[in-house]
Design a protein around this ligand. Structure first.
Ligand code: ZN
Length: 182
């Protein structure tokens, strides 16, 4: 196993202790801030290739930079992993990559479904709001009906009063007329 800073570590002869693991991880993480510069004279970034020929093989690439609304980068390319991937490891990596891609698609589909379910429940909320306002309108309508009934009753009472009073007036007037004849 070859590490970035040129130090080598043979895991077959070295017992795999926590210290060994920490050493390996430390070497890997510190290798991320590599000092190789691209054609723009800026520190490069490590990218993993996922081609048939080189699955999982890392290379150095330009970080690029934002210029206004554009993104500019040079075509700098250099393998970071010196050894070519080979044999069954190639196949295993490609299969793992395919699985990851399938799972990503599945997650994206599920997210889409969740979004549409949320949308439906939003609509349900709206319809329950509608039901509420319809119920309110119905209650208002009932109240109006009662008011109309009360008004009807009042007007019939008034009519009766009017009829009674006009009848009374007629009686009184008639009586006066009769009395004036004598
Ligand atoms: Zn560059």
């Amino acid at each position: 196993m070859k590490l970035a800073k040129g130090c080598t570590l043979n895991l077959e002869t070295q017992p795999l202790t926590l210290q060994t693991i920490k050493f390996v991880l430390g070497a890997i993480s510190s290798s991320n801030d590599n000092v190789v510069a691209c054609d723009c004279n800026r520190p490069t970034k490590i990218v993993r290739a996922w081609t048939r020929e080189n699955p999982g093989r890392r290379f150095l690439s330009c970080r690029g930079r934002r210029v206004g609304s554009d993104f500019e980068s040079c075509n700098f390319f250099r393998w970071y992993d010196v050894e070519k991937p080979h044999g069954w490891q190639n196949l295993a990596l490609l299969e793992a990559w395919d699985t990851i891609r399938e799972q990503k698609e599945e997650i994206a589909n599920l997210r889409e479904q969740v979004r549409s379910v949320n949308h439906v429940s939003e609509n349900l909320e709206i319809s329950s709001e509608l039901m509420e306002s319809m119920k309110q309108k119905n209650e208002e309508c009932e109240a109006l009906k009662i008011e109309v009934l009360i008004l009807k009753e009042r007007s019939s009472v008034l009519r009766n009063v009017l009829v009674a009073s006009s009848m009374g007036f007629a009686v009184v007037f008639g009586g006066m007329m009769v009395m004036s004849k004598y």
